[in-house]
Design a protein around this ligand. Structure first.
Ligand SMILES: O=C([C@H](O)CO)[C@H](O)[C@H](O)COP(=O)(O)O
Length: 188
């Protein structure tokens, strides 16, 4: 690592990279995701590492909006079934536990939407629909789509894009901030 910038300059770089991601998204795939979220009986989220953390943050927002939401791996998460939606996030699209979760969900006739940086990956191929994020994956060493370390840009984008999807659905719901507030955790 030869270049050392100020932290503010690095923050600006991160914001610019995320801005660039927004220009490369397919709006139709986002509309389809919104429709699947609205129609699903229950929404399951699965991801590993930092991608999983970003998905957990997004999952909470959809719960605030009134959807039945589950995070795969939590002790209270039930079996996925037909009419459920699995949103799987994986930059590489190859993380083995997520490949297995995708296969299992498909076997149960659930709908699977993959958010991934590799539209030709195993997880992308298995899924019903993909949200392609043109970010670097964690093993893109050397020159890549991001100056950030590993899958950072992808992981940030997962949260930002799902927050944007939440915002669209929230605006369409006509609900106010006050309407959503009773769903906010009160045991914290
Ligand atoms: O935690 C992660 C990160 O790369 C650490 O720098 C990833 O999110 C985790 O390894 C999962 O990877 P993907 O399935 O490729 O998103």
């Amino acid at each position: 690592m030869e270049q050392v910038n100020t932290t503010i300059d690095n923050l600006k770089k991160i914001l610019i990279e995320n801005e660039e991601i927004s220009t490369l998204l397919n709006p139709e795939s986002l509309s389809l995701l919104e429709n699947h979220i609205k129609q699903a009986k229950r929404i399951f989220f699965v991801g590993a590492g930092r991608t999983g953390l970003a998905l957990k943050m997004a999952a909470m927002r959809f719960m605030h909006l009134g959807f039945e939401v589950h995070v795969v791996g939590e002790t209270t998460t039930p079996a996925i079934l037909e009419n459920d939606l699995l949103i799987v996030g994986s930059g590489s699209g190859t993380t083995s536990t997520l490949v297995l979760a995708t296969e299992k969900a498909k076997k149960q006739n659930a709908t699977v939407i993959a958010i991934t940086a590799d539209e030709h990956s195993k997880i992308a191929t298995l899924s019903d629909q993909i949200i392609a994020i043109k970010a670097a994956v964690k093993t893109d060493f050397g020159i890549s789509a991001s100056e950030q370390y590993a899958g950072s840009l992808f992981e940030q984008s997962v949260l930002l894009i799902l927050d944007a999807v939440f915002m669209t659905l929230w605006q369409k719901s006509g609900l106010t901030k006050e309407n959503l507030w009773p769903k906010h955790a009160n045991l914290e």
